[in-house]
Design a protein around this ligand. Structure first.
Ligand code: GAR
Length: 214
């Protein structure tokens, strides 16, 4: 699959602190990411990221998932808001909800997620705690395209972060977070640059032909 040109208007979905949202805002302001944040949506009214967005002059709204009878209804409401702002790429940035078919079908291969582990290790909740409890010596961050499989879509960017003796879930989370803030803007830029394709479950960037295509 060769990707079509991608509209650079981002929709960012959050549930809390919003430090990855801030990293994207800062990367755009610093000229490292050529994009516009069209809308920030939180499923929680108390998400600190909503204030970060508004402080940067970005429209930010709360869509509380509890107000919708089903996950599909909620996803359809998200799609409506995103499409109303002509969003081309959706970035999940600490959005702690499963995304379902209506959103994935409206934005096929146009949804990114950031996850604080080296997937496919430690999907789901509390990835950093899972890594500590498993005793791995290296963990990290993954940015991937979102498919129906939880944390299972094609991997766009991955960075390793060492686990240090004495680490807690909190200290490891802080070290991974620093890498997240570098990895997410890079991954978004890579996607917006275009020319990539998905082969099976592999994300193939623009400059790297594979045996199947040569
Ligand atoms: C980040 O560590 C992100 O990787 C993680 O939530 C945190 C959000 O922080 N996401 C997940 O665990 C998704 N499964 P932030 O609100 O400061 O960006």
């Amino acid at each position: 699959m060769t990707s079509d040109p991608i509209n650079r208007r981002l929709g960012i979905l959050i549930s809390g602190r919003g430090s990855n949202l801030q990293a994207l805002i800062d990367a755009i302001a610093g000229g490292r990411l050529d994009a516009t944040i069209a809308l920030v949506i939180s499923n929680r009214a108390d998400a600190a990221g909503l204030e970060r967005a508004r402080a940067a002059g970005i429209e930010a709204i709360c869509l509380p998932h509890r107000a919708y009878a089903t996950r599909e209804d909620y996803d359809r409401a998200l799609v409506k808001e995103l499409q109303a702002r002509d969003v081309g790429l959706v970035c999940l940035a600490g959005f702690m909800r499963l995304v379902g078919a209506p959103l994935i079908e409206a934005f096929p291969n146009r949804i990114l997620n950031i996850h604080p582990s080296l997937l496919p290790a430690f999907p789901g909740l509390d990835a950093q705690r899972q890594a500590i409890e498993h005793g791995v010596k290296v963990s990290g961050v993954t940015v991937h395209l979102v498919t129906a499989e939880l944390d299972g879509g094609p991997i766009v960017v991955q960075r390793a972060v060492p686990v240090i003796a004495g680490d807690t879930a909190e200290s490891l989370s802080a070290r991974i977070l620093e890498e997240e803030h570098r990895a997410y803007p890079e991954a978004v830029q890579l996607i917006l640059h275009g020319g990539w394709r998905v082969e099976g479950r592999r994300f193939v960037p623009a400059r790297f032909p594979t045996s199947a295509s040569t």
